[in-house]
Design a binder for this molecule. Structure first.
Ligand SMILES: C[S@@+](CC[C@H](N)C(=O)[O-])C[C@H]1O[C@@H](n2cnc3c(N)ncnc32)[C@H](O)[C@@H]1O
Length: 369
C-alpha cells in the first residue's frame, strides 16, 4: 500500500534531504519550505528513516483537509480509518502546531483530535474503554492557513538522535546540521578533513559515517518498527543489509579541541558511532595546529559568543583562525551566527548559505581555496 510521507527539515537543509531521497531512488520527491515530501510503501518509510542524514523525522500523512472550525477538524479526523493502523490497546498521544489559522488553540485542537480518534476506535473495535497500553502511535497535526494535516510519526526520537552522542559539550550541534555541512562540502573521505573546534565531535563523526557508508539509523530503533499493520520485519532486514555494506578503514579525518574534556567526549562518541579507529582525535589549539596546504577541507563550528565565550573573544578566534589558515589553500566551511564574521576572519566568503543551528540563525561561510 502506498502512502504520502513528509520529512520536516532544519531550515536550509530541505534541498539536501531531497537529494538524499532522490539519490536513493525515492518517488515523487518534492521540496517545500522546511520539509520534503515523497511517496512510497512502508518499506520506503523504513529505508528513509534508516538512511536520512539531513532530515528530522518521517511522518506518514493520513489526511489533509480544510478546518476552520472544531467541527470540521473533528469530522476530518473521524474520517480517517484509524482502526486500519492502530490495534485497540495501542497508545495515540497527540501533538502539533497551528499557524495563521482560525483554530489557534493548540491544546483545544489536541483534545478534539484525541476525542475524534477515540470515538472512531471505540466504535470500530467495539470497545468502550481504550487501554492505550500497547505500541505508541504518535499522532501529529499541523494547521497552516486553515488547512489541517494529520500524520503518524514513524520515527519516534528525532532522526538527529543517532544514538552515539550520549555526552556533549554545551554548544553541541545537531547531527543533522553536521551532516548537512558535510554534504554541502561534498566530503566523501578522500581529502584531509579537519574540524579544529570539534567539541563533542559531531562534524568529524558525521564526515566519517558518510565516508564509510554507515547509515545513521542502522543501529537505533524507530516507533514504527513495532507497528502491526504491515510486515515490520523490513526494518531488521534493511538494517542488516546496510550494516553489511559498511566500510571500515582509516580516514584522513582529524578532530581537535583545546579542551581535554571535549577531546575525551569526542573519543567516546566516535567509539559508540563505530568510527574511533578510523579517525584521529587530538587535543590542539586551532590557532596553533598545522593546517595542510592543499587537498584538504576544514568544516568547523567555532564558538559564536552566544552559548560559549563572549562575542569579543569569539571574534579574536575568527581573526586568529583567518591568519593561521590564510595561506593553507584548503577549502573552508565555517558556521557562525556572527554576521560580521568575514571582517574578523579577514576574507570575504566565496559563498554563504543560511542554516539554522536549532533556533539560532547562522551562515555557513564557504571558501573554496
Ligand atoms: C561551538 S563548540 C563546537 C561544538 C561541536 N561542533 C559539537 O557538535 O559538539 C566550540 C568548541 O571550540 C573549542 N575551542 C575554543 N577555543 C578553541 C581553540 N583555540 N582551539 C581549539 N578549540 C577551541 C571549545 O572548547 C568548544 O568545544
Amino acid at each position: 500500500m502506498k502512502f504520502d510521507f513528509v520529512v520536516p527539515c532544519l531550515m536550509g537543509a530541505e534541498g539536501l534531504a531531497a537529494d538524499e531521497l532522490k539519490f536513493a531512488g525515492f518517488e515523487n520527491v518534492v521540496t517545500e519550505n522546511g520539509r520534503v515530501l515523497f511517496s512510497g510503501d512502508m518499506e520506503s518509510c523504513a529505508r528513509a528513516n534508516i538512511i536520512l542524514r539531513c532530515g528530522e523525522r518521517v511522518l506518514l500523512r493520513l489526511a489533509s483537509f480544510e478546518a476552520r472550525s472544531f467541527e470540521e477538524l473533528f469530522q476530518g479526523v473521524s474520517a480517517i480509518a484509524w482502526e486500519d493502523f492502530l490495534g485497540k490497546d495501542d497508545a495515540f498521544p497527540v501533538r502539533g502546531h497551528s499557524l495563521n489559522s482560525q483554530l489557534r488553540s493548540v491544546p483545544s485542537c489536541q483534545s478534539i483530535i484525541k476525542k475524534a480518534i477515540a470515538a472512531r476506535m471505540s466504535r470500530e473495535h467495539g470497545v468502550e474503554w481504550l487501554e492505550e497500553s500497547g505500541d505508541r502511535y504518535q499522532v501529529q497535526f499541523s494547521i497552516m492557513r486553515d488547512r489541517a494535516e494529520i500524520f503518524l510519526d514513524t520515527t519516534g526520537d528525532p532522526l538527529y538522535m543517532r544514538g552515539y552522542k550520549k555526552q556533549s559539550n554545551i554548544a553541541t550541534i545537531r547531527e543533522t546540521l553536521a551532516a548537512s555541512m558535510v554534504k554541502i562540502a561534498r566530503y566523501r573521505g578522500r581529502e584531509t578533513f579537519i574540524d579544529s573546534f570539534c567539541g563533542s565531535g559531531t562534524i568529524a563523526i558525521e564526515a566519517a559515517m558518510a565516508s564509510l557508508n554507515i547509515m545513521p539509523g542502522a543501529r537505533r530503533s524507530f516507533d514504527s518498527e513495532l507497528w502491526g499493520f504491515y510486515d515490520n520485519r523490513v526494518f531488521a532486514r534493511l538494517k542488516e543489509e546496510y550494516i553489511a555494506a559498511e566500510r571500515h578503514e582509516k580516514l584522513p579525518v582529524f578532530a581537535y579541541d583545546i579542551d581535554p574534556e571535549c577531546v575525551e567526549i569526542t573519543r567516546m562518541n566516535a567509539e559508540r558511532a563505530g568510527v574511533l579507529d578510523c579517525i584521529n582525535v587530538e587535543r590542539g589549539d586551532a590557532l596553533k595546529i598545522d593546517y595542510p596546504s592543499e587537498r584538504a577541507v576544514l568544516i568547523t563550528n567555532p564558538p559564536y559568543g552566544q552559548r560559549m565565550m563572549d562575542v569579543r573573544s569569539a571574534r579574536e578566534l575568527y581573526r586568529g583562525l583567518g591568519r593561521r589558515t590564510a595561506h593553507s589553500g584548503m577549502k573552508k566551511y565555517i558556521i557562525t551566527s556572527d554576521g560580521e564574521f568575514e571582517s574578523f576572519f579577514g576574507k570575504k566568503a566565496d559563498k554563504k548559505r543560511k542554516l539554522y543551528n536549532g533556533m539560532i540563525k547562522c551562515d555557513l561561510y564557504m571558501y573554496f581555496k
